[in-house]
Write a protein that binds this ligand. Sequence first.
Ligand code: PLP
Length: 458
Amino acid sequence: MLSNRAARDVATLVHPYTNLSTFRETGPLVLERGHGVWVYDGDGRPYLEGMAGLWCTALGYSNEELVEAASEQLSRLPFTHLFSGRSHDPAIELAEALKELMPCPTSKVFFTSSGSEANDTQVKLLWYLNNALGQPRRKKIVSHVRGYHGVTVATASMTGLPANHADWDLPLPGFLHAGCPHHYRFAQAGESERDFSARLAADLDALIQREDPETIAAFVTEPVLGAGGAVVPPEGYFEAIQAVTERYGIRLVADEVICGFGRTGEWFGSQALGLRPDTISFAKAVTSGYMPLGGVSVDPALYDVLVAQSAKLGTFGHGTTYSGHPVACAVALKTLEIYRRDRIVEGVREKAPQFQARLSALAGHPIVGEARGIGLIGGLEIVADKASRAQFDPKAGVAARCVAFAQDEGLIVRFLAGDRIAVCPPLVIQPGEIDTLFERLGRALDRTAAWVAAEGLE
Ligand code: PLP
């Protein structure tokens, strides 16, 4: 029986990324408020927010300084824009602050309102650039299976997950997917991480040769695959991939939408994993999720081309009403100030050993095939048989059931396609809360195993 509020929700909302058929029965968890790493439902019941919302609320909930930054900007100038030469201080100061941090050559920053728009902008800028450089055939975008890059037509095409393609008539032509860098799932028997990485790089090379290197604009990758399972690519992967992209002059785009701003224990995942991108996309933790903001870095050579094209065409024809929204920029500026002042990134490095040890210990659980992670992000692979790594029938929804048990235990984690579970708490989580998180997750796994046995699933 749904509560009144849940029934009203089901009657009125189309929820993103939700099984709309089962959801009608279960209804939503309606949250009312949050504090620190805790969120509370309408009955005042606390849940440890083990997913930082959607991989974004790095500073936790009710951060008064962020609230004040938003409120102050709302009172002063709630809206202006960056079109036709208009500007405002929060955008200027934020761009200056970001330029200093970027892990790639950056002379300018372009703002969007989301990660999808940031990655979409990357594609458009590459197409525009290559047209201007007289290379109109260089348009194809290579990403990899299980990469996640967003939901616009172009970024859903870049994404390598079935739910984003099936019956959406995607991917668009010219969006290609290389092998997924998940050693546990895709390595051959006995293949070392380095050998697996070398094989993926050789496969990428072959794909590029087949397609014609002159037609490939960019390779796009997340430093750590988020929606693909919180997967850390194997040893030597980026080194091997970069050797290929550099050989053919293919630009490397790092999608830092999840990894950016400390998640891996470095400011950017690229720095933690030895990736040397030409450009990055960011979003989420840039505002700690308090306001929608994303963006891309622009290198000096690209910017020169944009200027030259404007001279020719009369304008740089890209941008949305909310590109560089002043309230979002003011909140981001304050967020970056807090990251620096409170040594949030260093704090991640200090807490990571405890977090990763507790996560790794779950690999001993009878239904967990693999536990993997870096910094304060981790993933679990739920399996029916540890020896063969066989998975449960996807229709059984075992990971979804585990997440429901976790919620019942007062913990929010996220299930991902393929019976995977992601854990990605606010970066301000304290050691005692890390213990609580994993105790609750352990109990949820025990209850899932008991349920699997009772249902006779295999
Ligand atoms: N890129 C990555 C790595 C993401 O995880 C996401 C969202 O989760 C996106 C892009 C898309 O961002 P948004 O949902 O803000 O459009």
